[in-house]
Design a protein around this ligand. Sequence first.
Ligand SMILES: [Cu+2]
Length: 492
Amino acid sequence: MAIRKDANTLTAAERAEFVTAIQALKAEGIYDQFVLRHANAIMSAIHRCPAFLPWHRRFIFDLELELQRVSGNPNLGIPYWNWPSGESNASMWNDDLLGGNGDAGGVVRNGPFRAGQWTVINSSGLPAGPLMRAFGQNGLPTLPTQAEIDQVMSVTPYDMSPWNMNSHPSFRNQLEGWIGPNLHNRGHVWVGGSMLPMTSPNDPAFFMHHCMVDKIWHEWQTRFPNQGYLPANGGPFGQNLTDPMNNTPSGQIGSRPIDVLDSAVLGIVYDGAAPQPQPQIPLIIVGANPTLADIGTPGEADVFRFEIPSFGSHTMYTTGSSDTFMTLFGPNNPNIEVASDDDAGENFNSQITRNLSAGTYYLRIRLYSPSTTGNYAVGVRSDGPSSSPIPALIVNGASINASISLANESDLYRFDITTEDIYSIETSGTTDTFMTLHGPNSQIPEIDRNDDGGVSLNARIRRQLVAGEYFARVRHYSPIGIGSYSIRVTQE
Ligand SMILES: [Cu+2]
């Protein structure tokens, strides 16, 4: 399991281990193969496009496997360059890790990758001189701040037609840096020198930089589990969810975006994110009169919290004449999105009805138009005790959409079989689900289990069932994985 840490926090022993492993790969010729894999990819197939993030996730993952191999340490993770604290005087640029800035001529003279110790290659694989750096000298003198990262972290969807540097709104395009505060591109330009051309992996800082890019994508995926990779299909070849990506070998994992979407499945763990300060969040009492609020500044969003004591259907709603937009987060985590809605309520009000398990939930309300102000009222009501607390699947009926929103969470469903026959119970979506089947007429005996019998990573159980009540339990294959899925039962 790769444990990826903030480069500035590494111990002396961790720094030495990372440097020694990079040097060993260089000596084997493996490191330069990575430089060429990036340099000889089609520029526009791996940058300025949706595959930018999965391509580089797979790329640094493959290097990490090599680092683990040569070091003999299966937990060695690429350290990440935490930009807000990674300026030129940060300890990651000390001589025991990356070495620092170049001299007046741009040549790196300090650290393990200094001139005489480390030679870069050109895109033909030929030696091309020493490593070069020129911190802040190429027109972008500062690094991204945490506020700028937070700003990009709130952008949805993942990407948007025309799937290039003009895409807007697009999380990928903002993280890559063509619009918005400029995160990824700025890091390359700020380091300068060898980090500018397509041979930029010549500087080991490349991998720490892209590790930070990947961490931000990972955190965004965790925050918005219902916002999947786009385009699923219909985009340029090499960019769709199940297309092979340019210049990516098939290896331990596949070469398609879908193969790398779940960091947990890849065994990647980022060190603990700093706990976020919790501002006082107003409490909504379930069943009480709606709470009055207003958006006084264009673009502002209000956050409320409420407590659900036990499982049941609940409706979150706004009233009034404003066009509100609502996003629900939880349970017990203000960063995990459950659902969002624009106009399901009366007039232009937003409304979400959902089965909620016990816990604390959060509602974020904004106005649909980011340029207007207005007031509204927001409330939550229980839709009454349901006759069955377990969601019921109807044979040959509609799918139920749900999500695993917490580590180790599992969802339970029930369904009735009236005629003995062959039935299939299956999940769909991009989450790697795992399913167990129990019954008849009891939740206890397990009669079947499945991981990947369905389409791609979905679970599917196909089985002869006698009449009775059955229960299906769905969890993520990884104990720390989360994500959304749909489930249905069909008679064959
Ligand atoms: Cu790149």
